[in-house]
Design a protein around this ligand. Structure first.
Ligand code: ADP
Length: 336
């Protein structure tokens, strides 16, 4: 009896000890999450199958650390599905996401507080000025104190270059300004993870550059920016790390430079006559073509260009993307 009681007590002590330990570990991870400047996202064997059977994500595993992370892939690759899971708007069918070691499904509230999201189809409420909209976003982000909110809104408007437009109706702003207001609402609670989905679609070249510069200046803070896009130019040299999704699978994960390295020797500049130019269009993916005196100066991705006056040139990321799609994934690349 005594022995039984003792062993039960012993077990209970261990049991309680275990629970206390778990609670302490949990609090420690929350404290670390909110205080630490480093952020880490671990995506493990993620799958998403929609009710209609579309298998949008297939066994995707990735680790993302501080800095700007570029997620590249053609339309339908699964980028938005992955983004929606990361920002807790959708549950995966299988797999796990850990943020600083915390399971996304189990700690949605804590992780949401660390997130800022600019969705692809970002819309504003009608009848709010730029200022009012951002003030509203700041409330949602938990900045309840009026004075603090005022300061945060003003600072953010300055940062995204919309201070002059603060009294204009938000839904009447230009496309580029709307995007900048979109990023402002994503940034206002000082999130640690900022997710932007196809941010430059529909922007003119000047606004596109301005938006890219804005993101790259933000990426210098201790944050993760996940930039999802089908436009290679968005994954600028400021992306420290990148992944390529194709038909729901992870096709590449590494630095942009490594992807570029894979294209070395496969990028050509051809001086072509008009007739040759027609042939070349059928044979190789064309990156650019400029009219020249005697025909065309054409840049193509190909293993060789036998029969044409071609010379190899230094690859850039756009070449590298096309090269990867064509030669490693055996998929015909189409410019969109
Ligand atoms: P991307 O953002 O790269 O264009 P998506 O994640 O939007 O890719 O889509 C990936 C695949 O999942 C596509 O085949 C798409 O048609 C499908 N899909 C996306 N959303 C849904 C949905 N709500 N229901 C069913 N299929 C979907």
């Amino acid at each position: 009896m005594t022995i039984r009681l003792f062993s039960e007590l012993h077990l209970n002590v261990f049991h309680i000890h275990g629970i206390v330990f778990q609670i302490l570990a949990f609090w420690q991870s929350i404290v670390n999450t909110s205080k630490s400047t480093r952020v880490n996202i671990e995506i493990r064997d993620l799958n998403k199958i929609y009710p209609n059977g579309n298998h949008a994500l297939k066994e995707v595993s990735l680790e993302i650390g501080n800095g700007m992370f570029g997620l590249l892939g053609p339309n339908g690759a699964g980028k938005s599905s992955l983004m929606r899971i990361l920002v807790t708007l959708m549950k995966p069918s299988k797999g796990q996401v850990l943020v600083n070691g915390l399971d996304l499904q189990k700690h949605r509230r804590e992780i949401r507080q660390m997130l800022g999201y600019l969705p692809q189809d970002f819309r504003f409420f009608a009848k709010l000025t730029t200022w009012e909209f951002l003030d509203y976003s700041a409330r949602l982000a938990g900045i309840t104190q009026r004075k603090a909110r005022l300061g945060a809104v003003e600072q953010m408007l300055e940062e995204v270059g919309l201070y002059e437009a603060r009294n204009r109706m938000a839904n009447k702003l230009s496309g580029g300004m709307k995007r900048r207001l979109g990023i402002a609402q994503a940034l206002i609670g000082e999130p640690k993870i900022i997710v932007v989905d196809e941010p430059t679609t529909g922007l003119d070249p000047e606004e596109r550059i301005r938006f890219r510069n804005l993101l790259s200046s933000i990426s210098e803070r201790e944050v993760i920016i996940i930039l999802s896009t089908h436009i290679v130019g968005d994954i600028s040299s400021t992306c420290t790390d990148m992944a390529l999704l194709n038909s729901g699978s992870l096709a590449y994960h590494g630095s942009p430079d490594k992807l570029i390295e894979k294209a070395r020797g496969n990028v050509w500049q051809i001086s072509a006559t008009e007739t040759e130019y027609q042939e070349i269009q059928e044979k190789y993916p064309i990156i650019s073509s400029i009219p020249a005196e005697s025909g065309w100066e054409v840049q193509v991705v190909a293993r060789d260009v036998n029969g044409y006056a071609g010379e190899q040139i230094e690859p850039n990321l756009e070449h590298a993307y096309v090269n990867f799609m064509e030669h490693e994934l055996n998929q015909r690349w189409h410019e969109e």
